[in-house]
Write a protein that binds this ligand. Structure first.
Ligand SMILES: Cc1cc2nc3c(=O)[nH]c(=O)nc-3n(C[C@H](O)[C@H](O)[C@H](O)COP(=O)(O)O)c2cc1C
Length: 132
């Protein structure tokens, strides 16, 4: 079982992109490919963890990496894990009108089974984006 974590930025120079089509594609494809994980986005930055069998994660990531909607894709880790830390695939989208507390509570629930390293990376980006 493999877990890959990457970060990227929208190709629109700081303008949020429409993430609804990404959500729709991901829910459909990841179920088919048995890939689970979490995508955090505010439309400008993306932080995604993908997990599943090695070949499945690689195939999904190869597609994602070739997607012109985002740039500056940096793999933070790509490692073997004993078991999945995310039972399903989900997207946490922070909208301009979402209350910080409600969003934090939602993120905490989604990160419930994650390792300290993965949880810390997500919460760190969320905090940084809030401060931005
Ligand atoms: C930030 C970001 C995250 C994405 N995450 C996924 C994903 O988890 N699974 C997926 O299948 N496609 C994801 N995509 C979309 C893929 O890049 C690609 O467009 C899609 O898989 C093609 O699906 P299709 O062959 O069904 O049209 C993502 C795209 C972006 C920009």
């Amino acid at each position: 079982m493999r877990q890959l974590l990457y970060i990227s930025s929208s190709a629109t120079r700081g303008q949020p992109i429409d993430v609804a089509p990404i959500m729709a594609q991901s829910v459909r494809n990841n179920r088919r490919d048995r890939v689970t994980g979490l995508l955090y986005t505010d439309g400008v930055r993306f932080l995604q963890v993908l997990e599943g069998e090695d070949a499945d994660v690689q195939r999904v990531f190869d597609r994602i990496r070739a997607d012109p909607r985002h740039v500056a894709i940096v793999v933070l880790h790509n490692r073997a894990v004993e078991a999945r830390q995310f039972g399903d695939w989900a997207m946490a989208k922070r909208g301009a009108n979402d209350s910080a507390d409600a969003f934090d509570a939602r993120m905490a629930t989604m990160l419930d089974g994650a390792s300290d390293a993965v949880r810390g990376t997500f919460l760190g980006l969320v905090a940084a984006r809030r401060a931005a």
